[in-house]
Design a protein around this ligand. Structure first.
Ligand code: MG
Length: 344
């Protein structure tokens, strides 16, 4: 069936992680794909962080991601660290923290600096080492000057796990934990791109999360019922997806959501809500209520989870997100997409 989209052009918002992107994927990208998957396997239609295929009594988890961030070097990271972390994190969000291997495909623009390529490559190597995730195969292509903007990096990852965590497992009563301050990556890239002078030093949180997630799963196991990394579209997009899939309402307690002073300043200067801004080193974790304290303690004991906080709880019905501001409650609207394109 031809949809209205057939006559439209693709816009930047279609890659920005919100409603517009999801509609494009549902209307065009998924059509006719994913058939033949065994019942119970998790494929495209689940629109989760990755796919999960049953192999014997274990799960093979796969995910892929292309990276087009601009600028390619930003405070706290670069496109290489982002490409490795993004894929390791999507595997981790499925409960697969032991990464078997990563691929690295690079498309370069004629004229791209060899020194910058070496910097990116070394950053990928260091991040892969940090995550214990070997890069095992790759591909290199070059296109003509002006045919792309410098570099595109694609990484695919595979892992095997005994137990899958989806982004759809929430039930009324479950608690929502955010593993640290939100919006740092998006605001750091925005300020780098526009040379904004801000107080303090805003740095991206980009990091591989598999070690931190492993420690959470070790203390809480199957009481961890849903995970998602709040990348494009930020925490708001992530919790909207989690609420919609589980058909629960998520009540977020705004004052408990951690925001760094630097991100807060950027948010006020730019008029952009940190809830809508990308993170590349954070997870939203849904846990059974009795496990929340133990998970929080495990996070606080990990270097990447120092500022983790319980930020909300699920209640019956609705499939919506409610923001409790401390003085009142309002519906949180799902962002159309990340406020700035090419954030990852
Ligand atoms: Mg993800």
């Amino acid at each position: 069936m031809r949809t209205a989209l057939a006559d439209e052009r693709i816009l930047m918002k279609h890659g920005a992680g919100g409603r517009a992107m999801r509609r494009l994927i549902e209307d065009v990208m998924m059509a006719g794909l994913g058939d033949g998957l065994k019942p119970g396997d998790i494929g495209l239609r689940a629109m989760d962080d990755g796919a999960a295929i049953r192999v014997g009594d274990k799960w093979l988890v796969m995910t892929t991601d292309s990276h087009v961030v601009h600028p390619i070097f930003f405070p706290g990271g670069d496109i290489g660290r982002l490409a490795v972390s993004g894929t390791v994190n999507d595997l981790s969000m499925m409960g697969a923290t032991e990464v078997l291997g990563l691929t690295c495909a690079v498309v370069l623009e004629e004229g791209f600096s060899r020194d910058n390529l070496i910097r990116v490559q070394m950053s990928m190597r260091d991040t892969a080492l940090e995550a214990g995730a070997p890069i095992v195969t790759g591909d290199t292509k070059v296109m003509g000057r002006g045919e792309l903007d410098g570099i595109i990096l694609n990484t695919t990852g595979v892992a095997i796990t005994d137990h899958i965590v989806t982004d759809a497992g929430l039930q009324p009563g479950d608690m929502l934990i955010v593993t640290g301050t939100i919006g740092d990556h998006g605001f750091a890239v925005m300020t780098a791109r526009h040379n904004l002078a801000l107080e303090g030093h805003l740095v991206s949180d980009v990091a591989p999360l598999n070690g931190m997630v492993r420690s959470v799963l070790m203390v809480a196991g199957r009481d961890v019922v849903a995970m998602k990394d709040p990348t494009r579209g930020g925490v708001s997009s992530a919790v909207h997806e989690m609420a919609a899939k589980a058909r629960v309402t998520i009540v977020l307690d705004e004052p408990s959501i951690p925001v760094s002073d630097e991100a807060r300043a950027a948010s006020e200067l730019l008029g952009i809500d940190p809830l809508n801004v990308a993170n590349e080193g954070k997870a939203v974790i849904g846990v059974r209520p009795w496990a929340a304290k133990a998970v929080l303690a495990a996070l606080h004991a990990h270097p990447l989870g120092q500022r983790a906080a319980i930020v909300g709880q699920c209640v019956d019905g609705g499939a919506s997100v409610v923001l409790d501001t401390g003085v009142g409650r309002r519906l949180l609207v799902e962002p159309e997409g990340e406020p700035l394109p090419r954030i990852c």
